[in-house]
Ligand binder design. Structure first.
Ligand SMILES: Cc1cc2nc3c(=O)[nH]c(=O)nc-3n(C[C@H](O)[C@H](O)[C@H](O)COP(=O)(O)OP(=O)(O)OC[C@H]3O[C@@H](n4cnc5c(N)ncnc54)[C@H](O)[C@@H]3O)c2cc1C
Length: 341
């Protein structure tokens, strides 16, 4: 919790230090999911020195803050006022050092842009990241990946600032990458990534292009592009079968429906191929929603159709209660970092 007095002190510091920030930002207009109340300060350092100065100040004075990328994995809650967000949007450069065979990308650079830039340089290994919204920093934090390859497969070294203001460098091995996890996510709030070195393996441009185009088209089949959404709720979990895993009748009906209605053979050109399946699941379990909180393309993604985030939280809990305990919620619900007058 952060108080108005603290916000005043931080604002004084930002003004004196000449740091860039925005005040009283409406998260409904700012966040990827278009949800949340206001945030008192979004601070956007322009370079490493500014970031380090800011972090040292916040550390010494004991102010809390949340680092953000593109917020594509963060659920901000409606009616909640937040205190301070630290954005690395100005850390957006992507450079290729041909001599060293390294790509250096700053944390605020877009992951899709890194992928497309690699295509232009004829570098392979980044094809699968083209459709992952978010920044390089957010991607490294949670070892983002798609269709197999993950950030860990091309990352060499990560650089940044610790929460006490000291510099850090971590090699790929030291990052302890696992499925949607890293050393930095396991030590949330202690490390701010500023940039990273990546491998630069030359490939055949046409093949890289074809792979990217294929994956891009595939995404439109299972990802909502119209309503605001976040990434998969329970990553690595096949929710349709998992929610009724102990129910033989449901499992059988699901199999039949998937074979008939949702057979790729008949419906391969239809993107919204899960709507009827979703209706079946809701009818079967007697789930009723005034406004659907999930995507027509998968129940494993929340969508913002204008409902209050309390309804989204209820849905997440409902789904979680039907899943095995091992199912891990991937989206981050932002309960902390609140502002109070
Ligand atoms: C439509 C859609 C599709 C998606 N598809 C995929 C997919 O295929 N694969 C996948 O892995 N993910 C996917 N995601 C989830 C999400 O896009 C990724 O996890 C992405 O890497 C998050 O990056 P971000 O910049 O938005 O991070 P944010 O959501 O802003 O932050 C996520 C976490 O990273 C931390 N963080 C961000 N930047 C830094 C930094 N510089 N230093 C330290 N910590 C930092 C934040 O504090 C936060 O805890 C998808 C999301 C959406 C909306």
């Amino acid at each position: 919790m952060i108080s108005s007095k603290e916000i005043l002190n931080i604002t004084d510091f930002l003004n004196q230090a000449g740091l860039s920030y925005e005040a009283d930002v409406a998260l409904k207009e700012f966040s990827y999911f278009r949800s949340g109340g206001i945030v008192k300060l979004v601070v956007c350092p322009r370079n490493y020195d500014e970031l380090q100065r800011l972090v040292k100040y916040m550390h010494v004075d004991g102010h809390e803050y949340k680092v953000i990328g593109d917020t594509s994995n963060l659920l901000f809650l409606d009616d909640v006022a937040y205190g301070v967000l630290l954005s690395l949007k100005h850390f957006s450069a992507i450079k290729y050092d041909e001599g060293e065979g390294i790509i250096c990308a700053q944390a605020g650079a877009s992951l899709p842009l890194l992928s497309r830039q690699a295509l232009q340089w004829g570098i392979t290994g980044y094809e699968n990241f083209e459709g992952i919204p978010g920044t390089v920093g957010g991607g490294i934090f949670m070892n983002a990946g798609a269709y197999g390859p993950e950030i860990k497969d091309c990352l060499v070294k990560v650089y940044g600032v610790q929460s006490n203001g000291e510099h850090f460098e971590l090699t790929n091995g030291e990052m302890q990458f696992a499925y949607r996890e890293s050393f930095i996510s396991k030590n949330q709030g202690q490390y701010i990534i500023t940039h990273a070195d990546f491998t630069a393996v030359k490939g055949e441009t046409q093949r890289i292009f074809e792979r990217m185009e294929l994956l891009h088209a595939k995404r439109h089949k299972y990802q909502d592009f119209l309503y605001p959404t976040l990434g998969t709720l329970f990553a690595g979990t096949e929710v349709y079968s998992a929610i009724g895993r102990n129910d033989k009748k449901y499992t059988l009906m699901l199999k039949v429906l998937e074979r008939l209605w949702f057979s790729k053979k008949f419906r391969r050109e239809r993107p919204m191929n899960k709507r009827r399946l979703n209706d079946f699941v809701c009818r079967y379990f007697d789930w009723n929603f005034d406004v659907k909180p999930f995507s027509d393309k998968t129940m494993n993604c929340i969508t913002n159709r204008g409902q209050h985030t309390d309804k989204i939280l209820e849905y997440i809990e409902l789904l979680r209660s039907h899943l095995p305990e091992t199912a891990r919620l991937e989206n981050e619900i932002i309960q902390e970092y609140r502002f109070s007058d």
